[in-house]
Every structure is written in C-alpha cells, then in structure tokens.
Design a protein around this ligand. Sequence first.
Ligand code: ZN
Ligand code: ZN
Length: 142
Amino acid sequence: MEKKPPIDVQGGCLCGAVKVRATASPHMGACHCTMCRTWSGGPYMALDAGETARFEGEESIAVFKSSAWAERGFCRTCGTHLFYRVQQSGQTLLPPGLVDDHDARLTFDHQVFIDKKPDLYSFANETVDMTEADIFAKFGGG
Ligand SMILES: [Zn+2]
Ligand SMILES: [Zn+2]
C-alpha cells in the first residue's frame, strides 16, 4: 500500500478542556487487543503521532498506566480518550475521532492483534493485518 506523508492534525475532547496538536501518519489502524476493547468499548482506532503530540489543558488529563510499558490518557471531565502512549519512547497513538476533518484526511489500512478480534464484527476495509506474534516479533512489545 502506498505510504502517505505525515499530516498536521489538531482537535480536542468533547467538553473542550483538552486540545491536541500533532504531526501524525494519516494511515489509521485498529487494535483488537482485549485491553483496547475494554478501554474503548470496541476496537481502538489509532493514528501514530510519534513523539509530536502536544496537549493543552494538561490539568484535565487523567493517565492510567495500563501495562508495564504503556499508559492511556483521557479527559477527567468528559471521558474522551486522548492517547495511548509507550512510556519509554514517548510514542503516542491518537484516536482519529479527536482529529478535525478526520473523515477526509485519513486512510484506514491496518489492523493489529487481529487474532484477538472477536467474531462479533469485521471491517470491510482492505487492510494489512498483524497478529500478536507478528507484533512482538516486529516491536518486541505492544
Ligand atoms: Zn473533555
Ligand atoms: Zn490494543
């Protein structure tokens, strides 16, 4: 699949207390792991913002350490999911719903932890799919 260059994105949470700006890959992914599905209520849709995400309204951000290597942030007031962050590298994945004009600007082209996806749903998009074993082989930790 053709690799598109990063784009500047901005947006904010439902109540407006938290704003974000980042330079992110327009290639949107979905994670089907159990933690993401519990946290999101469904697959976690995500944009890789590398280390570029800058938040305004830090006092409104609650952070939950969800594993030995990662943490998840959300707005204290409205509960909007703000990020999944790998603590060591600072790599941040942003939910596409935070990004203004996301429908026109993003491409949904990959899915991770596809082996954890319940049979309940399946996306019709053409995607590159990775299993848990693929991910640990590539990144050494999810
Ligand atoms: Zn909010
Ligand atoms: Zn996940």
